[in-house]
Design a protein around this ligand. Structure first.
Ligand code: GDG
Length: 738
């Protein structure tokens, strides 16, 4: 089996030194983490899993040089480069990814810029990745796409490779609906639909899963059941996979002589000072200024600790040239000088500041020598530095002060969790950490380390990959009842051979899509034409079997020689005949129910009542989906009480509650037609619970199709009404004209 990993950056970065091309290891949580998780030496679970990494190599090169570099990267690093023109990359990466999605998803909406040309290049780059993948994918491959740069790719890929398992993992937070909705309408729908092209979508934390599912409901109207939802023809599973670290690499770092050397140097330089470590990429989301305020507050309130504490602040340069970053860097530089000037003296510099990336031995030595790690992001998807610090404490000493806004806080409850916007809380946490007895440090770290060791990077990757593999079988299960081309062929053959044919066709959701406003759900000319052609066949009887009232059917289907069933079976009108009531139904109960429905409509903007002759429908397709779901449950509850002594039934359809006489259904109406003749071909097609009554009473020899991939008494499923029209058109081609 082969796994294709797709991310914006490859784990190797290409650069040019003079005439030479050089390859360097990429830094960052994803590249280092995933590389070690997929190394068969560390992860025996994947020893027979071949991998290929697809991504941007870090620069563009002249066309003639591309084939040789591609070959070299593929053979040496298992990496396949996606070269992108620099201008596209600028709009895509600095533009859309880092100036729209990054600030917005980290709750900095005022920093977000939404520019149409950035969005266009975002789409273009996702398309380009799709084209490259299309050249590389082989049958049996799985694809794992990473992060916010490629949120449209799952859907693009699904369209080309419907059977390939596609996983997606988001490394940054997924924001709440109120923030996500700030994106222009077309973009936010496209992003959600793009992601839902995947079989499995992973997030670091429970909140992100909930926020994502809520956006899907509010924006696309799709409901989930325990994180699973059916999107067109496939099942999507949304779940939590908190990313771990390569625990032993940090825990055993001191075995490396270079780390030992670095540690010795640090010890001599810092002597017996209490060291507080702060390490981040330079970014406004990291809360570096807040951290400095907290440290300043601590020094103000704790003169007894002056001369004894040093904050080592390491900032890794990032996104140089972007305005917000330049401004922030200036503010940080100035603030550090201010604190050092205010509290320092000849012997003591409170903050030691480095603006650079460190080689691994220097990083490991810092983790090892620091008594406290102070990590205060205002928002962070996970934050692996917090986990790496804890893992590095081989003797289990040390205190982690961590922002509750970091994804890691969900797993690291024994750390000192603080609100990063409150300098008082940071200052108090520093004091508590400095003064924490060693036994308490060990007690906390034992629990934390055990957790980090158990759910490490290998487990994270293995669980995701295993779940993705499992999705293939789940998709097969859900598609088992799907009407295949072969099924359709045999259905058509039966249709052609038959002498007496009967078709039951539901209307809304089956012949046309469901609309917010039912009055606007008019039949298309294509549909009317297909029905007309089919009804010309003297051997074919068509029954339009709907919940609609008589007026609607008369308005749109007057000219067709077909039978009608209105109000779910209350009314029947046979071809050429008059409307008949199927039972001596009563409607005096309506006056009791209408006021209740009116109250509920008043309490749910967008909901409305459709009064039929012998039924009432309460529609809420246009209403706020969350509130609607709540109100619908309340209404059903109330109606049970009210209808206890009346002979009516309450049925929940698709975004509608229907109240009607008991004992009448599409099933009972269909029986009348079935008993009229000996049909040798019967086909029923419908999309909701009211059609289940029909499917259930059909003879065994009949065929039936339910629209939507839900469980059903019908023999087959079809994803949407679109396939029904094509099926009818194909049957028309095979039917005999009069
Ligand atoms: C995203 C999300 C999420 C940092 N400085 C140096 C250095 N690093 C290494 C650390 C760590 C990684 O980079 C940074 O980890 P983060 O967790 O901050 O992750 P990012 O890659 O920035 O970003 C984040 C993560 O993805 C994983 O899903 O946690 O929330 O924003 O591994 O050790 N490594 C070296 N020198 C440095 O100076 N060698």
């Amino acid at each position: 089996m082969r796994l294709l990993i797709v991310s914006n950056r490859l784990p190797v970065t290409l650069s040019r030194k003079g005439e030479e091309f050089v390859f360097e290891k990429s830094v960052g949580g994803l590249a280092t983490g995933l590389s070690s998780a997929l190394d068969p030496q560390h992860n025996p679970n994947i020893s027979n899993l071949e991998t290929l990494w697809i991504g941007w190599p870090g620069m563009d090169v002249e066309d003639p040089l591309k084939p040789a570099l591609t070959d070299q990267m593929q053979s040496q690093f298992n990496a396949y480069p996606v070269f992108l023109p620099e201008e596209t990359m600028e709009n895509f990466y600095h533009g859309f990814c880092n100036s729209a999605i990054w600030p917005l998803f980290h709750y900095f909406p005022s920093y977000a810029a939404f520019k149409e040309k950035h969005w266009e290049d975002y789409q273009r780059v996702n398309q380009k990745f799709c084209e490259i993948l299309a050249q590389k994918i082989k049958p049996g491959d799985m694809v794992w796409i990473h992060d916010y740069h490629l949120m449209l790719l799952p859907k693009l890929l699904r369209e080309k490779f419907p059977d390939t398992p596609i996983g997606f993992f988001l490394h940054i937070p997924f924001p709440s609906f109120e923030i996500f909705r700030l994106l222009p309408k077309a973009w936010r729908s496209a992003i959600l639909e793009g992601l839902l092209g995947a079989d499995l979508i992973g997030f670091h934390a429970h909140d992100y899963v909930q926020y994502f599912l809520r956006c899907v409901l509010r924006i696309l109207g799709l409901e989930h059941n325990m994180g699973k939802l059916v999107v067109e023809d496939h099942l999507v599973h949304v779940d939590i996979f908190p990313m771990g670290i390569h625990f032993s690499r940090f825990n055993e770092a001191l075995k490396d002589p270079e780390v030992q050397r670095e540690t010795e140097t640090l010890k001599q330089t810092l002597q017996d000072k209490k060291i507080i470590l702060s390490l981040d990429r330079l970014d406004y989301t990291k809360g570096i200024l807040n951290r400095l305020q907290g440290f300043e507050n601590f020094l103000e309130k704790n003169p007894q600790w002056h001369n004894q504490v040093t904050l080592i602040l390491v900032l890794v340069p990032s996104r140089i040239g972007v305005e917000h970053y330049q401004l922030m860097k200036k503010q940080i530089d100035e603030y550090i000088s201010l604190i050092n000037g205010k509290f320092g003296n000849i012997q003591w510099t409170p903050i030691l500041y480095q603006y650079r990336s460190l080689p691994f031995p220097a990083l490991a030595a810092l983790y090892h020598q620091s008594h406290i790690a102070l990590i205060t992001p205002l928002r962070d998807g996970m934050n692996l530095v917090a986990k790496e610090y804890l893992a590095s404490r081989a003797d289990k000493s040390g205190v982690l002060i961590l922002s509750e806004m970091a994804g890691a806080a969900h797993e690291l409850g024994e750390a000192l969790l603080i609100n990063p916007t409150t300098s008082k809380e940071i200052a108090e946490a520093i004091q508590m950490a400095i003064e924490m007895p060693i036994s308490e440090q060990i007690r906390r770290n034992e629990i934390l380390q055990r957790r980090l060791q158990q759910y490490d990077i290998v487990r994270w990757a293995s669980e995701f990959i295993e779940k993705l593999k499992g999705m293939e079988e789940k998709q097969r299960g859900i598609r088992a009842k799907m009407l295949t081309a072969k099924d359709e062929k045999s259905l058509t053959a039966k249709f052609v051979k038959a002498d007496r044919k009967l078709l039951f066709l539901d209307y809304d959701g089956t012949l046309i899509p469901l609309r917010d406003d039912p009055e606007r759900a008019e039949p298309t000319s294509e549909l009317l034409h297909a029905l007309e052609e089919l009804s010309k066949d003297p051997k074919t009887e068509i029954v339009l079997i709907s919940g609609r009232n008589r007026k609607f059917l008369e308005k749109w289907f007057q000219s067709l020689p077909i039978h009608w069933v209105a109000e779910h079976g209350i009314w029947i009108k046979e071809k050429g005949g008059d409307w008949m009531l199927t039972q001596s139904a009563r409607n005096d109960w309506k006056s009791k129910i209408l006021p209740i429905l009116q109250v509920f409509s008043d309490r749910l903007p967008g909901a409305f009542i459709e009064e039929k002759e012998y039924a009432i429908a309460w529609h809420f397709r246009k209403a706020d989906p969350e509130l609607a779901s709540l109100r619908c449950k309340e209404l059903l509850d109330d109606l049970i009480l009210f209808t206890a002594n009346i002979d009516i039934q309450v049925l929940q359809g698709n975004k509608v509650v229907e109240i009607r006489n008991a004992g009448i259904s599409k099933g009972t109406a269909a029986m009348r037609f079935l008993s009229k003749d000996a049909y040798d071909f019967i086909l029923a097609i419908g999309d909701d619970n009211t059609d289940e009554d029909l499917f259930q009473i059909l003879p065994k020899s009949a065929d039936s199709i339910r629209i939507g991939l839900t469980s059903t008494h019908a023999q087959f499923n079809l994803p949407s009404h679109k396939q029904v029209l094509s099926l009818l058109q194909r049957l028309t081609e095979r039917s005999q004209p009069r």
